[in-house]
Design a protein around this ligand. Structure first.
Ligand code: FES
Ligand code: FES
Length: 178
């Protein structure tokens, strides 16, 4: 006889803290993070996996929490914006977004920052086109794309990427919005 869906707690890690939650296993991860763990970094945008506002890292890979279920992260390590850095020691991507003032309403920023952090961890010396491609499926309704890309290239520079990123960040200085 199979157990009811909510009978077995789901164990996983969020921002370095172990959790075992007795919730319906099909619950969307975004609701677990925001409603049960009070982690409001991930934002609910489209709810369809299309805008990127809800992005988290699952075992270091950017993933959309609005389409993941609780059971899909069983045994995995989830990182939210809150776990990326601290106020005293922000992640280089977080620091670069502050430096570049890369926000208007800010609603897309969780997804932009989490996606950029995952991207730069695997591509530490990106070209501007590579960064643009990496963020292609993260939507910003405010049109802050130029500043966001500048922040990503500044972060790459800060993380030791070298001249390609430094040059691209400089090129974006003063650029108009797309
Ligand atoms: S809210 Fe998850 S992709 Fe839009
Ligand atoms: S800053 Fe408003 S949606 Fe991107």
């Amino acid at each position: 006889m199979s157990l009811p869906e909510h009978a077995a707690p789901v164990s996983f890690e969020v921002n370095g803290v172990a959790h075992s939650l007795d919730l319906p296993r099909e619950t969307r991860l975004i609701y677990v993070l925001r409603n049960d763990l009070q982690l409001n970094g991930p934002k609910f945008g489209c709810g369809l996996g299309e805008c990127g506002a809800c992005t988290v890292l699952v075992d270091g890979v950017a993933a959309r929490a609005c389409v993941l279920t609780l059971k899909s992260v069983e045994g995995r390590k989830v990182t939210t914006l809150e776990g990326l850095g601290t106020l005293d020691l922000p992640h280089p991507v977080q620091a670069a977004f502050i430096t570049a003032q890369a926000a208007q309403c800010g609603y897309c920023l969780n997804g932009m920052i989490m996606t950029a952090a995952a991207f730069l961890s695997r591509h530490p010396a990106p070209t501007l086109d590579e960064a643009r491609e990496a963020l292609r499926y993260n939507l910003c309704r405010c049109g802050t794309h130029v500043e966001i890309l500048r922040a990503v290239m500044l972060a790459a520079q800060a993380m030791g990427a070298g001249s390609t990123a430094a040059g691209a960040a400089t090129t974006l200085e003063g650029a108009d919005h797309d």
